[in-house]
Ligand binder design. Structure first.
Ligand SMILES: [Zn+2]
Length: 257
């Protein structure tokens, strides 16, 4: 699930009146390498980079190669700074204060306001702005501040150069998500509903692999109200209303149970 602002507002009011102030941080999006599925790119970080945690990506003959969205979101900036700084760049707003930047592009394939998913081609590798050769300058930011880059939750190499292989929008029969209950462990049920036996719990913040999804009893959770349940193991189901998957409904490519 992804929508959360209304429930956040409601839970915030409830928390303030019942439990005292509580401001749960939104789970970070699951960022993917910003290139098509299966491609390997060399990513460099260095202490004199501006901003410091940005990653510069290269591979052989990369001029004009497609650059893709590293997570679902809304394009909120498509700009050309000419021969300085980022040159042609795109910014994507992923919600929760998270944004990503893609700079020195050769051209654009998206426009401001466009809603996009994993793997969407947003532009092409170039050498525009203050760039001395083709590469992709990539940043992740939280509330405007440069943060250390993570792919699938794993920290990039700081500092140095390593190879990153993309699993962005690979067709896959499993999905993934992050449990977000704002504290309490989430109950695991033997079937897709609150009437099924509790067979365990998963802690807030746990990343789960989702083997299939199905419809069950309706639950109101961190991300709103939903009847979708996620199977995370054999005979183990959790309510999708408490799982950040990047999607408001069923995850594309994940089968029905
Ligand atoms: Zn750079």
């Amino acid at each position: 699930m992804r929508k959360r602002w209304l429930s956040l507002l409601i839970s915030g009011v409830l928390a303030a009146s019942v439990l005292g102030p509580a401001a749960p941080a939104m789970a970070a999006p699951t960022f993917k390498v910003p290139f098509p599925c299966g491609q390997s790119w060399s990513g460099q970080t260095r202490t004199n980079h501006s901003p410091a945690y940005a990653v510069d990506f290269n591979r052989t003959d990369d001029l004009g190669d497609p650059v893709v969205a590293s997570a679902p979101g809304t394009v909120d900036r498509v700009a050309d700074l000419g021969g300085t700084s980022y040159g042609k760049y795109v910014r994507i707003d992923h919600g929760g204060g998270y944004t990503t930047y893609y700079a020195h592009l050769n051209g654009f394939n998206v426009s401001v306001g466009q809603s996009i998913g994993y793997g969407k081609v947003i532009g092409w590798v170039g050498s525009t702005g203050g760039s001395t050769g083709p590469h992709l300058h990539y940043e992740q930011r939280l509330n405007g501040a440069d943060i250390q880059v993570r792919f699938n939750g794993a920290l990039a190499l700081y500092w140095g150069t390593r190879t990153y292989t993309s699993d962005n929008a690979c067709s896959s029969s499993t999905g993934s998500g992050t449990v977000n209950t704002s504290g309490t462990p989430l109950t695991v049920r033997s079937g897709p509903g609150t009437g099924y036996t509790a067979v365990g719990t998963v802690a807030d913040g746990t990343r789960v692999t989702i083997h299939c999804q199905t419809s069950g009893s309706t639950v109101t959770g961190t991300y709103g109200t939903s009847s979708i349940w996620d199977r995370i193991g054999s005979g183990r189901f959790i309510a999708d209303a408490y799982v950040y998957t990047g999607y408001d409904g069923y995850i594309p490519g994940v089968p029905r149970c």
